[in-house]
Design a protein. Structure first.
Length: 308
């Protein structure tokens, strides 16, 4: 009986998910899609300040990115929200036909991932099961299926995972929340990520969380706290999966101007900006010197005339 039992045991695993999978799930979803989606949402409001040409350009670019990444669920979502006519041919292409850059379309890849999950649960170890669930979450994140990606991540969190793996998942869920502007979801998982990072997170993820939380606070209109987090991230910014560095600097400047007193701004900025223009006190001093020189010259001329 001993030999058959040994044969049916799961294979030992290393306890670390693959670097490629970790890198992939650390870069999705594509936040440029979210930015364009937000612009189109703003365009539907009564106080929108976007020109018709800007709205049309945003729509064209958004549809291009949706088609490029085969975001069928997200396409159905935005089409319903904005009352766009559904392009059934495009939808079928995204669901059932693969693009040149990919070897499989969405349905094929899901079938493959289901098979990998079944094999991992039957024959392999906990880490392979976790990778299968994360693979599903990666795909759902790529195609913009909010409900399915959250379900996949919550299933993954229920499996044996390290603190580092939990942090990766929590950060991804925060990005999903930011992508869909789901502030309650973001707030909940920022708190969870903060606890995990305090337990065993490295400096990189700690700094990333600052930027994530800064974005959340910006969306929640807490500009003072957001400006503080963005300022702390200026020298250590690595969250390029969320935004570019110039964009983060822009947010830091805007939130600081809106929430910081002029005295405090001067303390932070004085001596940092290189300029040829003097501040107010030095300008007054220079004016006084110039006026004094002019007066002295006139007195000297008058003295010469009197001496003669």
């Amino acid at each position: 009986m001993g030999a058959p039992e040994e044969a049916t045991k799961k294979k030992p695993t290393s306890g670390h998910i693959s670097e490629q999978l970790e890198e992939d799930i650390s870069t999705f979803p594509h936040m440029e899609v979210s930015h364009l989606y937000f612009l189109l949402q703003v365009a539907t409001t009564s106080h929108a300040a976007l020109a018709d040409a800007e709205v049309a350009a945003a729509k064209t670019k958004l549809l291009g990115l949706i088609a490029e990444h085969h975001m069928a669920p997200f396409y159905e979502r935005v089409a319903a929200e904005f009352h766009w006519p559904v392009d059934t041919a495009l939808l079928a292409t995204m669901k059932y036909f693969h693009p040149p850059q990919q070897t499989q379309h969405n349905e094929d890849e899901l079938t493959k991932l289901d098979a990998q999950l079944a094999d991992a649960e039957a024959n392999l170890g906990d880490i392979e099961v976790l990778e299968a669930h994360l693979g599903r979450a990666r795909l759902y994140s790529l195609i913009g299926d909010k409900d399915k990606v959250l379900e996949a991540f919550h299933t993954a969190l229920a499996k044996p995972t390290s603190v580092n793996q939990k942090i990766i998942i929590q950060l991804h869920i925060i990005r999903v929340g930011l992508f869909f502007s789901d502030l309650p979801l973001v707030e909940t998982h920022i708190k969870k990520a903060r606890v995990l990072i305090d337990e065993g997170g490295d400096w990189d993820r700690r700094n990333r969380l600052k930027v994530y939380e800064g974005c959340y606070l910006l969306m929640a209109r807490d500009f003072k706290k957001a400006s503080s987090l963005f300022q702390d991230s200026v020298a250590t910014f690595t969250s390029t999966e969320l935004m570019s560095y110039p964009t983060m600097i822009f947010y830091a400047v805007i939130t600081s101007v809106l929430s910081t007193s002029r005295v405090e701004l001067k303390k932070k900025v004085a001596g940092v900006i290189e300029t040829n223009r003097p501040d107010a006190k030095n300008a007054q001093y220079q004016d006084t010197v110039k006026q004094g020189d002019a007066l002295l010259n006139r007195i000297q001329k008058l003295a010469r005339v009197i001496n003669v």
